[in-house]
Design a protein around this ligand. Structure first.
Ligand SMILES: [Zn+2]
Ligand SMILES: [Zn+2]
Length: 345
């Protein structure tokens, strides 16, 4: 074999190996998401340092582990589950508009082909939620993406107003173009730098579970640090105590941030809002003019919670805009019955 041939075969096998690696970890295949790899490594290292120091210095904890192994086992299980949830959320798709459009248009094309041969109607891939019942409607006839999306806006709306100039797609309500991902995201919430991905309709639930787990882990770790300091701190300042106090102080700051984030996202879930809609409410055309206390996409706390946690609809599910009648009904003052039936927001 010549040197050129050897190099070519090596390059080919390297290319195949890197392709395989990219398939296994989607964050590496996307150039926009590669810089977040350093942050991911830093986050894992931080977790290991905080928990590792606890076991390294805390002899009481080790003796407690011998007496009550289940206590440490549950703590370590939570630690592992938090990291798994982090990577699970980070690798998940937020639901890109372009993918939804392809799915709908492919379905439309297949249906048209089938109707030409057998004269039978196909079905719509993308589920559309009914704002009144909250149920997912599956269309009996396949329709193209443009028609499907434009039907969700008030009659007479221009396609141009809702077209993304970057992706060249028509955006359904609640979606937004993310400049970090360079794609339009369905039910866009925010772009998370720590996770290296957008949070949207497809992964908001996973994100909520991740911050819930991270907050619980942080509270438990703080308790373990305080227990150590209570039992071991002496008047003579030891270097071990100084490190533990420093770590506890930084952990407490993280805990405050996580608790606020967890409460904020719980509020968003209960009212069926996104961070983007809440922050930029006055700049979003279809939310302009709606009173502040009215949550246009809310179907009541219980239904919102059910849809968020249990509804197993497609990640490409999109909601139409509420009709003027629905908005008027939501603008009325609450009655005792509304509060009792959890329909007050
Ligand atoms: Zn876009
Ligand atoms: Zn993004």
């Amino acid at each position: 074999m010549t040197i050129v041939g050897f190099c070519r075969s090596n390059c080919y096998s390297w290319h195949r190996a890197s392709e395989r690696c990219f398939q296994l970890s989607p964050c590496l295949s996307d150039p926009a998401r590669r810089p977040s790899l350093g942050l991911k490594v830093a986050l894992v290292m931080l977790h290991l340092i905080y928990v590792g120091v606890l076991f390294l210095f805390g002899r009481d904890l080790i003796s407690k582990t011998k007496k009550e192994p289940w206590y440490t086992a549950i703590y370590l299980l939570l630690f592992a589950a938090t990291l798994v949830q982090y990577f699970f959320t980070s690798g998940s798709s937020p639901g890109y508009v372009i993918d939804a459009m392809r799915a709908v248009n492919e379905s439309h094309a297949i249906s048209r082909k089938a109707s030409m041969t057998s004269n039978q109607n196909g079905s719509l891939i993308i589920p559309v939620e009914d704002t009144q019942s909250g149920k997912v409607i599956l269309g009996n006839n396949t329709i193209s993406w443009a028609k499907l999306v434009m039907d969700m806006y008030p009659p007479g709306s221009s396609v141009r107003s809702w077209a993304c100039t970057y992706c060249n797609v028509i955006q359904p309500p609640r979606s937004k173009h993310c400049h970090d991902c360079d794609k339009c995201v369905l039910q866009f919430d925010h772009h998370c730098v720590w996770l290296g991905t957008c949070i949207g309709h497809g992964n908001h639930c996973r994100f909520w579970w991740y911050i819930a787990e991270e907050t619980t882990l942080c509270i438990w770790t703080c308790i373990l640090y305080i227990t150590y300091l209570k039992a071991n701190i002496t008047r003579a300042c030891r270097w071990k105590d100084a490190i533990m106090i420093l770590l506890l102080a930084t952990l407490s700051i993280c805990l405050i941030f996580l608790l606020l984030l967890f409460l904020f996202h719980s509020y968003l879930v209960l009212t069926n809002q996104t961070t983007y809609e809440l922050v930029r409410r006055r700049r979003i055309p279809y939310l302009r003019g709606i009173p502040e206390r009215v949550y246009p996409f809310s179907k009541g706390i219980c239904r919102n919670l059910y849809n968020f946690c249990c509804a197993s609809s497609s990640i490409y599910s999109v909601e139409p805009l509420p009709t003027p009648e629905e908005l008027e009904a939501k603008s009325r003052p609450y009655t005792c019955l509304d509060v009792l039936s959890c329909c007050c927001c």
